[in-house]
Design a binder for this molecule. Structure first.
Ligand code: AR6
Length: 170
């Protein structure tokens, strides 16, 4: 399984599934969540309303509607509260549960935004290491997913991903 990083807007990416850094209501919000709902159109919210929310670290899947991606995998990442409240484990759960759902739906390519590092204030470098570590650990048991794209919306996030990947490979 290949892992690559890119700078860009996740709503423009042509792949089987994009991940949404959602909240537990799954009813939309700001940041990447707002951008995904705007780009997908109102049918995405309609489907989300049928899902009854989602717990932190878990994931639920919908269709992509007007997005180039076939599916959206929604996961509420943890809100950073100092690091003593299971935040690291919950962030790893988010990545892992998204990958499991992608596998269950036969996805080959999956794109992730930097979950929890915006409004939820998870420290960026730690989050990047958790993202890379969890995806690499999953790679050994992945059968359908063969490419994961880590999509950074700003150069600082891209730099953190690239360093975390380099560290993990060396
Ligand atoms: N493409 C890729 N990444 C993006 C995009 C985009 N179009 N837009 C923003 N980002 P955030 P969180 C980056 O705050 O911290 C929402 O209101 C952004 O720069 O979107 O998990 C939800 O409803 C940052 O690097 O998500 C929740 O209430 C990253 O995506 C809450 O925010 C995540 O930032 C979730 O907070």
């Amino acid at each position: 399984m290949k892992i690559r990083t890119m700078l860009g807007d996740i709503t423009k990416i042509q792949c089987d599934a994009i991940v949404n850094a959602a909240n537990t209501s799954l009813l939309g919000g700001g940041g990447v969540d707002g951008a995904i709902h705007r780009a997908a159109g109102p049918k995405l919210l309609e489907e989300c309303r049928t899902l009854n929310g989602c717990q932190t670290g878990q994931a639920k899947i919908t269709k992509g509607y007007r997005l180039p991606a076939a599916y959206v995998i929604h996961t509420p990442g943890p809100i950073w509260r100092g690091g003593e409240n299971g935040e690291e484990e919950l962030l790893a759960d988010s990545y892992q549960n998204c990958l499991k759902l992608a596998e269950a739906h036969g996805c080959r390519t999956v794109a992730f935004p930097s979950i929890s590092t915006g409004v939820y204030r998870f420290p960026l470098e730690r989050a990047a290491r958790i993202a890379v570590g969890t995806i690499r650990a999953f790679a050994s048991r992945a059968s359908s997913v063969d490419e994961v794209i880590l999509v950074a919306f700003d150069p600082q996030t891209k730099g953190c991903y690239d360093r975390a990947l380099e560290e993990a490979r060396s």
